[in-house]
Design a protein around this ligand. Structure first.
Ligand code: GLY
Ligand code: MN
Ligand code: MN
Length: 451
């Protein structure tokens, strides 16, 4: 999400890989869904302190990026459907030679209109004077309440300043509506340009996972494998991970969100790597579990092949017209039967499924939406019914099995084994496309790559 300054001649796309018109279309689609005489206010992310005067690398807010492509912190975008003087107003940091000397170039209000398509752009320092005037007379305000206490109270202050002038004829808004619902419904359906970024994110992560398999040696630290992957991301234009990597040797795989990554990898153990890069704002999310020494034990292979069979069952249930829960139910069925076959559960399969006995070993769902956010936005159960899958929806398929190290209900050698296999797919007209193709999935393929 870096900016490129427009130069003479043809204007560059301000956001690499996404045509200028794409952002305009997104704003237009949102405005088409907004009620008459309403206003939407969308805020950029701020910088977050890491330590004292040092900040985390800046990451733009996904909703703000989706609508504007504008790459700087603290900006505010305002959409005013039907406004004669322009429907899209942007507030951003003003150009400032001293700040820019230290912290880098800013776009500035003038260039923001030019490069990012705002009808009007103003310095942030003017927002208190200008925004109440834009809100005044609009009946409904769309805004994502509750994300920033600070901005919530500024909105209230602007509205109160309008209320204080009702005797002079000012009309304050009567309704506040959460923006998330409208915007996130839109973000759920990926455009062709978005799919190109998601394909590339997955392709780079596939390279990184392959490199981790090839480089893995007993005795390495988990974070050293993470570093191999990060280098591979960067070599291919993806500077950041989409989320903190999980590199979990042995029983660490049974901690769902293990990110310490600071233990040595041991021969005879499995290592579970859940990692993916972010490419031009878009996430990938891929997991592989493989033997540290390159060869699965018989027991490890059995568990692995059960998870793989569950993933295949989920794939078979992925198609437009299926509901969101179908792939999950398919994995529950395969996993419960398999756990009984392996002697990890006992009883009648139907009864075990009904009781949710598999949840001791499979405690998460089969997947989630994927996009600008790794756990992307979009309702899973709109109106109380499972979402029907449609072309353009992107999701993960990630069954797993985890035998807790302290699970005394199973034979000791099973304890502490954890396996997850996670891939990224887009629903197509006639099924799905595997975005994370080219990465070994079967135990034999993994052993062959590592040999
Ligand atoms: N990496 C987080 C997840 O798989 O959902
Ligand atoms: Mn993952
Ligand atoms: Mn995931």
């Amino acid at each position: 999400m870096t900016s490129a300054q427009p130069c003479s001649g043809e204007p560059l796309d301000a956001v690499p890989g996404l045509p200028r018109g794409e952002f305009q279309r997104r704003r237009q689609r949102l405005m088409d869904m907004m009620e008459d005489n309403s206003i939407a206010i969308v805020t950029a992310a701020g910088l977050a302190v890491r330590s004292r005067d040092t900040e985390y690398p800046f990451r733009q807010d996904s909703d703000f990026h989706y609508l504007t492509g504008f790459p700087e912190p603290d900006a505010v975008a305002v959409l005013l459907p039907g406004r004669a003087h322009g429907e899209y107003v942007l507030f951003c940091h003003e150009k400032d030679p001293v700040q820019e000397l230290w912290h880098g170039a800013r776009v500035g209000a003038d260039a923001a209109s030019e490069a990012f398509g705002a009808d009007d752009a103003f310095p942030l320092s003017d927002i208190d004077d200008i925004l109440p005037g834009l809100i005044e007379g609009r009946g409904r305000v769309y805004y994502s309440m509750g994300r920033s206490r600070d901005f919530d109270s500024r909105i209230m202050a602007w509205v109160n300043s309008i209320r204080s002038k009702v005797a002079a004829g000012a009309v304050p808004p009567g309704e506040f509506t959460d923006l998330d619902h409208l915007l996130h419904e839109q973000r759920l359906y990926k455009s062709a340009a978005e799919l190109r970024q998601l394909r590339q994110a997955a392709a780079i992560s596939v390279r990184a996972h392959r490199r981790a398999m090839v480089q893995c040696r007993p005795g390495m630290y988990e974070y050293a494998l993470e570093a191999e992957m990060q280098h591979e991301y960067a070599r291919h234009g993806a500077r950041h991970a989409a989320y903190p990597a999980i590199v979990a040797g042995g029983a660490n795989a049974c901690t769902m969100h293990y990110t310490a990554n600071d233990r040595r990898l041991r021969s005879g153990d499995l290592v579970l790597i859940d990692a993916g890069c972010e490419y031009r704002g878009y996430a990938s999310d891929i997991t592989r579990t493989f033997p540290v020494n390159g060869r699965f034990s018989r027991r490890q292979r059995k568990l692995y092949e059960l998870v793989l069979a569950a993933q295949e069952a989920a794939f078979a249930a992925l198609a437009p017209g299926q509901d969101w829960n179908a792939p999950h139910e398919a994995t529950v069925d395969v996993i419960t039967r398999g756990l009984v076959d392996l002697g990890l559960l006992s009883g009648r399969v139907e009864k075990l499924i009904k009781e949710g006995a598999y949840r001791d070993f499979y405690m998460h769902r089969v997947g989630h939406w994927l996009g600008l956010d790794v756990h992307d936005v979009g309702d899973y159960r709109p109106g109380g019914e499972w979402r029907i899958l449609e072309p353009g929806m992107v999701l993960t398929v990630e069954p797993g099995l985890y035998v807790a190290p302290d699970n005394t209900a199973v034979d000791r050698p099973w304890r502490g084994l954890g396996v997850r296999i996670e891939d990224d797919v887009v629903i197509t007209e006639d099924g799905f496309e595997l975005l994370s193709s080219g990465l070994p999935r079967s135990a034999d393929e993994i052993e062959a790559l590592m040999a």
